[in-house]
Write a protein that binds this ligand. Sequence first.
Ligand SMILES: [Zn+2]
Length: 371
Amino acid sequence: MPDRNAAPQERAVFSFWGGGRGQILSALRESFKEYLQDRGFIYAEAPPDHVRVVFNLIDDKHPRPYRRKAQATFVVSWAEVGERPADVLRFGYPLLIRSLSNVLVLFLPGADGPETHFITPEQGHYTLRKRPTDPGFLDEFYSRLQPIITSQLVIDNEFHPDLPEELWHGDELTEALHRAGQRLDRMNLLPAPFPLEEVLPPRDLRHLKRLYHLGGLSYGNMSVRRDAGTFWMSASGVDKANMRVVGRDIQLVKGFDPERRVMLLSVPPEITPRRVSVDAIEHYLIYREHPNVGAIVHVHAWIEGTKATEVNYPCGTIQLAHAVADLVRESDDPARAIVGLKNHGLTITGPDLDDIFERIEGKIVPTVPMA
Ligand SMILES: [Zn+2]
């Protein structure tokens, strides 16, 4: 297993990119560069292929992406905006997508001086307490970025065309997943407020699908156990209200190779498979540890009073998977746990899908608290 408690990758390389301008951007670029170097990060004037994090300084009128050469590269875009938008999330979210970023940092004018806002792919939106000119700002800024730039994605898939023929067209469990997706849709828990095709030119859309771990913006995922070692799970970026085809909409996860950090999937022959949801590693850890968990649902929604992870790790990272698995383990009944993912959503376990829906219906609200 990769060591999740490993120190931040001290030899990680970072670079700056892009031509975005502004007083805060220029000052922060210099001070944060020094700050990271003091912590052992290595600065490269031009990003090498294996660069760990690229700070992409963008112009909010013409956001240009940094095109990653490696999936493991995190892109954090910064934009300094002269006028405060009425709705910061609606303003910032398309910039995050168009700049193909893992997180967007917006510097906006506020009543008492400049404010620092973070926008995440999960539609997270939170504000730093300190102003960029305050003492201690860099510590707060780094503490929010550190989990993002030092975590490890487990999003590679290996497809084995060895699915038994009697499962090529699914079984009663894939049928249950299909119905659960429709149920989430009826509960209005499958929002897709920014159609990607309208925000992104085709070239960026292709880039997004190939390199960026959001296969599409269809939030949430669900899975159901098939036997001791395998589970069915929704594929990445599919319309969860209409999941049918095995290998395309629903995948059979049969294992995880910790050395190569690859999810192993069993697919029918003669299909161009889609990647499984990026949270497959999280579900894998939970099923493996708790034999009485039969189904898992993840939504970008909230239930009041839910205990949440302390750190906002990105989707699809081993760190997020362990943080969620830890909370499931600590809950009163791991087979019926409701766990919060900070600034992100809920992961709910149950003996089966119906049990999960019976427990959440009427209690779940679409707005996730942000801190
Ligand atoms: Zn999520």
